[in-house]
Design a protein around this ligand. Sequence first.
Ligand code: PGA
Length: 254
Amino acid sequence: MKRLVVGNLKSSLVSRGDRNDYVREFVDLFGDDIVSRVDVVVCPPSVYLESFIDVLSSHVSLGAQQIFWDDHVSRTGAVSPPVLRDFGVSYVIVGHSEQRAFMHVTKEDIQKQFLLALSFGMVPILCIGESRDEHQQGRSGDVLTQQLLDVFSSLVLSSDVQFVVAYEPVWAVGTDDVPSAESVSIARRSIQRFLCSQFGDDCLDRVSILYGGSVDAGRVASLCGESGVDGVLVGRASWNPQSFFDLVRAVSEL
Ligand code: PGA
């Protein structure tokens, strides 16, 4: 598997001008050969998904930041699963800590979103992570296992199903405070143990484990290279195409 870099643009493009500039610069930079050594996903704000169809290439896929938890046509404001599929969206972020905290998305909703993404042919990127208190109390492993159980305990998945788990400590998202490579590696191993016990050892050939939280080109060697994860989920460092590209280049050199 190639390393995977997912850019989460969140709500960073605040005007159509910003969006146009981003798409233009992104298309110029991400045509480079370096990008072919890494799998890249860009997740724009939902209202701009259609404009990003132009950035797709064999090495850059389109991701969505959210998906509604059912596909009924009478859901005011919902980001509809069939529309995401129709736009060519391949990946969907589910369970992000900002959605858990600010949009009150519950663990039941997250399980439904995960399943719905799969049933519409998209790869869910399941975000899990502990709070600062839980980290300081040494409870990170238990919290991660519980969040995985919340999604997987009652699921029977086919043996070729593809998904991504992103370890995103809540205290590292948007803060510039990052865990050590050793601490990311411990989290990676506990996620791997869980997945292997649930789905068998070969699931690691098709399930990527990412790290997310204050990643940039300077920190990626430690947070991704040394920790042994399969890639990174990036917020702020993807909000400018040049810094996103620098990060992808740094990952291609790991
Ligand atoms: P950050 O965001 O890189 O800005 O910390 C990461 C995320 O929210 O996925």
